[in-house]
Design a binder for this molecule. Structure first.
Ligand code: SF4
Ligand code: SF4
Length: 142
């Protein structure tokens, strides 16, 4: 986690990742775009076909990571993400998704699923800081 500070606002005012791994659980994962796929291949140092066979679930044009025992194949208990530098950008963005700004329900859903969100803040205050952080950046990637 980086202590990002822009225009006087800090990520840590709204979110500190506790590395609980809850966001890596479930029978589906985020999808990988082309850049994600290439970055993961480089990080793993394997050929595309091998990465695809071993780690990806491909459904039509949608590429996701396989799951094992109810979590992403790259998640390891006690270690966390084992492909950290090569993880999909959506993993790096979580939980500070811009959709929080447009819908309080999104905020509440994300807040309830991520223990790292500062639960002391009102929706309005949370959005104020998130908007400030996103001011000069489309996405915040950790
Ligand atoms: S659920 Fe939240 S606190 Fe837990 S690892 Fe994911 S981002 Fe970090
Ligand atoms: S790639 Fe890493 S951060 Fe993303 S879901 Fe899998 S284990 Fe979690």
């Amino acid at each position: 986690m980086t202590e990002e500070k822009k225009h006087g606002c800090r990520v840590t005012d709204i979110f500190v990742c506790g590395r609980c791994g809850y966001c890596c659980q479930g029978e589906t994962t985020v999808s990988l775009d082309g850049d994600d796929q290439n970055r993961m291949i480089v990080e793993l140092g394997m050929e595309r076909d091998k990465v695809r066979d071993r780690y990806w679930r491909v459904t039509g044009n949608v590429v996701q990571m396989k799951t094992v025992n109810g979590h992403c194949i790259f998640y390891m208990e006690g270690t966390g993400c084992t492909v950290h530098k090569g993880r999909p950008w959506r993993c790096g963005q979580w939980p500070l998704h811009p959709s929080i700004l447009s819908d309080k329900n999104n905020f509440e859903t994300i807040r309830d699923s991520c223990p790292g969100i500062n639960k002391e803040l009102s929706y309005e205050k949370f959005c104020e800081v998130l908007r400030c952080l996103l001011d000069d950046k489309k996405n915040i990637i950790f």
